[in-house]
Design a protein around this ligand. Structure first.
Ligand SMILES: [Zn+2]
Length: 478
């Protein structure tokens, strides 16, 4: 898809279709007024009669309007200005893109002037257009060309990079586990690194053995696809600047192990590597934007399967940092992979760590399907990540990390166990477990079990993988 900017008025642009955006109970301005004038008041008339709705994300079509060059004018409602939520612009343009992509079209024009097009929003918009067009289940046809009514070409370029990064995550997460396993993910990372400008080092199972990654290796032991730790280095900053560490859980399929999941619970478990994919997508975005920062990404890749050599309940694993872990449930495997991966990150001298993981069902119970749980040992880092998320219209919510939650992961036979005493506060006990492995490094843990994958489509995005948090992480890095 070609992406261009345009100065041509909405009524005159030579396009198959155009999208305009209107606020509820506000006079028409800009491109919407331009269309209304060209159609001799038809748009106003349709709004008054209720045929065109200005409710939030409502979509209406004017077909072959007289006085307008484009054959279709898609009108997307924005709701009341006072109710405007962060990220509305992105969702509105995504909705328009997805709706228009139901039919094959050459050129589509997006007229953004009703939206609050700050540079950040404009960029996000282009990213989200790509998102609206990334097809997984629905039959969508990408446009040959998309034109945006802005002269900020830098913002458009940034948006395209963000959209591509997000779509990379979605592609990988949507891939079946038969195609995407630790080694094929590593190969993908090597290719992405070569194409976008960062170094990739892959630790195989022998190296992980040498590095004493006993918790990580236990999880992948029963799989025909051995574990990999993928280390991605982008050094765009000063040589003395401590790198930002991004750590992702990459369980390419989670059967639950001997604590086997139900058939229903296993259905979407190809998505259990979304954290690792998010790290890879973010590395691509940061490298392509050539940000002046040092970042190292760590993707801990393993497949949690069942065999004669499965790790067992009651086993005591020795993690890389020496702490012993009693296994109380083999389905609480992500934290075992992350334990050693976080330790490797700390040894690489990172100054801060943000980890991402589809870690707990408890996070869905607590926060629903659209909000990532945030846990931290550092209020300033948490505040910065929250601010970045808010700027992108992505949702995070902080969960408390009181010390007494640590008591719930004490073991009578090892230093800690991989499950809390009860299921209550399960996201937090998982967070406290991870905290054991970051030493003094400022750290934020994002539990993305909810927002990373959706069973159902939304008006602005297809079902399946969402690519959430890529924009937040790039924003934070910036
Ligand atoms: Zn699991």
């Amino acid at each position: 898809m070609k992406i261009e900017t345009t100065n041509t008025p909405a009524a005159d642009i030579d396009a198959s279709a155009i999208a305009i955006f209107i606020w509820k109970d506000e006079p028409l301005t800009g491109s919407a007024l331009d269309i209304d004038t060209a159609t001799e008041g038809a748009l106003c008339c349709l709004i008054k009669s209720g045929e065109v709705s200005a409710e939030s994300l409502a979509v209406s079509k004017m077909l072959a309007p007289v006085g307008v060059t484009a054959k279709v004018v898609l009108v997307v409602g924005l709701g009341a200005k006072a109710d405007q939520a962060p990220g509305l612009a992105g969702r509105a343009v995504g909705t328009a893109a997805k709706s228009l992509a139901a039919t094959a079209r050459d050129t589509v024009g997006f007229f953004l002037d009703s939206l609050d097009v700050t540079e950040a929003v404009a960029a996000t918009i282009v990213g989200v257009v790509g998102q609206g067009l990334y097809q997984c289940r629905e039959q969508l046809t990408p446009f040959k060309k998309a034109c945006f009514s802005t002269d900020d070409t830098a913002a458009v370029e940034r948006g395209k990079i963000l959209g591509d990064a997000q779509n990379l995550v979605r592609k990988l997460v949507n891939m079946p586990a038969s195609d995407l396993y630790p080694d094929s993910f590593a190969t993908e990372a090597v290719n992405v690194g070569a194409a976008s400008g960062f170094e990739v080092e892959v630790w195989d199972e022998q190296r992980l053995e040498q590095e004493r990654c006993g918790a990580f290796l236990a999880v992948g032991r029963a799989s025909a696809h051995p574990p990999r730790l993928v280390i991605m280095k982008y050094m765009g900053g000063q040589s003395d600047e401590k790198p930002l560490g991004l750590v992702g859980k990459g369980v390419t399929f989670d059967s639950g192990g001997l604590s086997i999941k139900t058939s229903e619970g296993m259905m979407a478990m190809k998505c259990d590597m979304a954290g690792a994919a998010t790290v890879l997508g973010t590395m691509q975005g940061i490298a392509k934007l050539k940000l002046p920062i040092n970042v190292i990404g760590f993707a801990g890749m393993a497949e949690n399967m069942i065999g004669g050599n499965s790790f067992r309940l009651g086993d005591v694993l020795t993690s890389r940092n020496g702490k012993t872990i009693e296994v109380h449930n083999t389905d609480a495997e992500g934290r075992l992979v992350l334990a050693d991966t976080l330790d490797v990150a700390v040894d690489h001298g990172v100054g801060r760590i943000i980890d991402l993981a589809t870690l707990t069902g408890a996070c869905l119970v607590a926060l629903g399907t659209d909000i990532a749980g945030l846990m931290t040992n550092n209020d300033q880092l948490a505040a910065d990540v929250k601010a970045a998320a808010a700027a992108c219209g992505e949702y995070v919510w902080e969960l408390p990390m009181h010390d007494y939650f640590s008591d719930q992961i004490k073991s009578s036979v090892a230093d800690i166990k991989n499950l809390g005493d009860s299921r209550w506060g399960g996201s937090i006990t998982a967070g406290k477990f991870l905290e054991e492995f970051v030493r003094e490094t400022p750290w934020v843990h994002l539990d993305i079990a909810g927002p990373s994958f959706s069973d159902k489509p939304k008006s602005w995005i297809d079902g399946g993988a969402s690519g959430c948090m890529v924009r937040t992480l790039v924003e934070y890095a910036e």
